[in-house]
Design a protein around this ligand. Structure first.
Ligand code: ARG
Length: 511
C-alpha cells in the first residue's frame, strides 16, 4: 500500500503518551480561554482518557490505519463523540506544533533515563576508585608503557569525561524542554490561545517563542544526539580497554560472567561481547547523528515531512546510549581485577625513566633535556639482564647499583662527568626506580598520589550528588506539572457531570 511508505509506526508508538498529554493540555487551555465549551472539553477529555486506557489495542489496531499518530487520535475522538465536538480538538493548532511538542516531551523522559544511568556509572567508577587507591598499573601513551599509575587514578579519568557528558546532557535538556505549542502550522493562530498555559501544564520550562522557528527546528535533536555521540565515544574507549585488558596479553581483568559469552566450538572461551557491542554501538549512534544532520541540511523553512524521518533516529540514539551506559556500569562494578598482574607489569618498559630523569635534575641541577638524553641513552643500552633488575625481579639495591653505574658511563660520554660525582646517590636512584614511591611523588593537583586521588574522589562525589539532585529536581518539576494537568482534566470532567445532573437533556452528546 502506498500509504505504508509514509508511516512511522515505531516513532509514533514512542510518542503516544506525549501526544495524549499534549491533547489534554491543549483542550484544557482551549476551554479556559472560552474557545471550547465546558461540555465539549469534557467530552474530548473523556474520550482521550479512554484511548489512553486501551493503549495497546489502539496502537495495534487503530494507529496503523491512519497517516500518523496525531491523525489517528483525532479520528478516533471524532468517531467516538462526533465531529461537531471531537472536530474541535484541533482548533488553533497544527500537527506541526503538536508533533514538535510530543517529540520534546518524549525526549525529555529519555534524557532523564540517560542521565540516571550515567549517574550510576559515575558512582560505580568513583566507588571502585576508592577501593583501589593503591592498586598499581602501567599507564599508556601510544598503547606503550609510559609511566606507572594507579587503577583509582585511571578510573577517575573516565569518570571526569562522563561528568562532562552529564553537563552536556543537562544543556541538551534545557534546549529540549521548550514549548512549540501554539505555533500551529508555523504562522501561529488568530484564536486567543494561551501558550504559557499549555507550556506550564506540560512541564516545559518556557515557550519557544517564534512560531516559525518553533515548528522548523530540530536543533534540540541534533544537540541531544551529539551529546549521545560524545558519550558513546567515551564509553567506547573504556569498552576497548576492557576488551584489551581481558586478553591473555594484558591479563589485567576478567569480565564478569554475565557480560561475557562462550564460543560454540572453543570450550575455554570467555568473549567480551557486551563490551564489543558497546564499542560497535558508538558507531550506530554516530550513524543516527549523521542521518539527522543530513535530513535537516538545507531543508527549507518551515515544516517539511522530511522532519518525520528524524524522529526514529533520535529514539534509536537515546535508547542505544542509555542501554550502553547501563551495561558499562554493570561491567565496571563486576570487573574482576588481577591486581598482582597489573602491579607486576607496571615497571615494564622502564616506566620509571621519567622519574629517574626528574631525580637527576633535582639532585644535580642539570637541565631536564640533558637528563633526558642521559636516561634515554642509558635505557637503550640496558640489557635484558639489567631490565630484569629494574622490574624488581632482583633486589632493588642491586638494580640501583647497576643502573647508576650505567648512568655514569653514559653521562661521562655526554657531559664528561659522572652523575655520582655531581651528587646523585644510589639511594636516590633506588627511590626513583621504586614504582610505588614515584607514584606518591606525583601529588600535584590531578596526579596519582594517594592523597590527591582521595581528594579528587571526595570532590567528585559532591559534584555527583549535586548533579543527581539537579536531575531529580527537573524530573520532579515535570511530574508536578503532569499532576497539575491531571487535576485540571479531572476538574473539567467533573464540572460536566454536575451540569449533566442538573440538566441531562442539554448535553445529549456527552457520554
Ligand atoms: N507525523 C508527522 C511528523 O512526525 C506529523 C506532522 C505532519 N504534518 C504535516 N503537515 N504533514 O512530522
Amino acid at each position: 500500500m502506498a500509504k505504508d511508505y509514509i508511516l512511522s509506526l515505531d516513532a509514533d508508538r514512542w510518542l503516544f503518551h506525549a501526544d495524549i498529554l499534549v491533547d489534554k493540555a491543549h483542550v484544557v487551555m482551549l476551554q479556559d480561554r472560552g474557545i471550547l465549551k465546558k461540555h465539549e472539553a469534557a467530552a474530548i477529555l473523556g474520550c482521550l482518557a479512554n484511548i489512553e486506557e486501551r493503549e495497546a489495542d489502539f496502537i495495534d489496531h487503530e494507529l496503523p490505519l491512519y497517516e500518523d499518530l496525531h491523525t489517528a487520535i483525532e479520528s478516533v475522538v471524532i468517531r467516538e463523540i462526533g465531529e461537531d465536538v471531537g472536530g474541535r480538538m484541533h482548533t488553533g493548532r497544527s500537527r506541526n506544533d503538536e508533533v514538535a511538542a510530543c517529540i520534546r516531551i518524549a525526549l525529555r523522559s529519555e534524557l532523564f533515563e540517560v542521565m540516571r544511568e550515567l549517574i550510576g556509572l559515575r558512582r560505580a567508577l568513583l566507588g571502585k576508585a576508592a577501593e583501589h587507591l593503591e592498586t598499581i598499573m602501567p599507564g599508556y601513551t601510544h598503547l606503550q608503557h609510559a609511566q606507572a599509575t594507579t587503577y583509582a587514578h585511571y578510573l577517575l579519568a573516565h569518570a571526569d569525561a562522563f561528568a562532562r557528558d552529564f553537563s552536556r546532557l543537562i544543556r541538551a535538556y534545557e534546549c529540549t524542554n521548550m514549548s512549540p505549542l501554539g505555533a500551529a502550522a508555523f504562522a501561529s493562530t488568530g484564536f486567543p490561545i494561551d501558550r504559557e498555559r499549555t507550556a506550564k501544564l506540560l512541564g516545559f520550562d518556557a515557550v519557544l517563542e517564534h512560531s516559525m522557528d518553533a515548528v522548523s527546528t530540530r536543533d534540540f535533536v541534533i544537540e541531544t544526539i551529539s551529546c549521545c555521540s560524545n558519550l558513546m565515544v567515551n564509553l567506547s574507549r573504556l569498552a576497548e580497554e576492557l576488551i584489551l585488558w581481558s586478553t591473555s596479553e594484558f591479563d589485567f581483568v576478567r569480565i564478569p560472567a554475565e557480560y561475557a559469552t562462550g564460543s560454540s566450538i572453543m570450550p575455554q572461551k570467555r568473549n567480551p561481547d557486551y563490551a564489543e557491542l558497546v564499542r560497535a554501538r558508538a558507531g550506530t549512534v554516530y550513524g543516527c547523528l549523521m542521518s539527522v544532520l543530513s535530513i535537516c541540511k538545507a531543508l527549507p523553512y518551515s515544516y517539511n515531512r522530511d522532519l518525520q524521518e528524524v524522529t526514529p533516529h533520535l529514539l534509536k540514539a537515546t535508547k542505544t546510549t542509555t542501554a550502553s551506559v547501563a551495561v558499562m556500569k554493570a561491567m565496571v562494578e563486576g570487573l574482576e581485577l588481577k591486581e598482582e598482574e597489573m602491579e607486576k607489569k607496571a615497571p615494564l618498559g622502564f616506566t620509571a625513566a621519567t622519574e629517574l630523569a626528574d631525580t637527576i635534575v633535582q639532585k644535580t641541577g642539570m637541565s631536564f633535556r640533558t637528563a633526558h638524553k642521559i636516561i634515554s641513552s642509558t635505557v637503550s643500552v640496558l640489557t635484558d639482564e639489567n631490565l630484569k633488575l629494574i622490574t624488581g625481579q632482583e633486589s632493588e639495591n642491586a638494580a640501583a647499583t647497576e643502573i647508576l653505574r650505567q648512568i655514569d658511563e653514559i653521562a661521562t660520554g655526554i657531559i664528561g662527568k659522572k652523575l655520582s660525582e655531581m651528587g646523585l646517590t644510589e639511594k636516590e636512584v633506588r627511590e626513583a626506580l621504586n614504582i610505588t614511591l614515584n607514584i606518591q611523588r606525583r601529588k600535584v593537583k590531578g596526579g596519582p598520589a594517594k592523597k590527591e586521588v582521595q581528594r579528587m574522589i571526595e570532590k567528585r562525589r559532591t559534584e555527583l550528588d549535586k548533579d543527581e539532585k539537579s536531575r531529580q529536581e527537573k524530573e520532579e518539576r515535570v511530574r508536578r506539572s503532569s499532576e497539575e494537568l491531571e487535576r485540571e482534566v479531572k476538574k473539567k470532567k467533573r464540572s460536566i457531570r454536575v451540569i449533566k445532573r442538573l440538566s441531562p437533556n442539554l448535553l445529549g452528546i456527552v457520554k
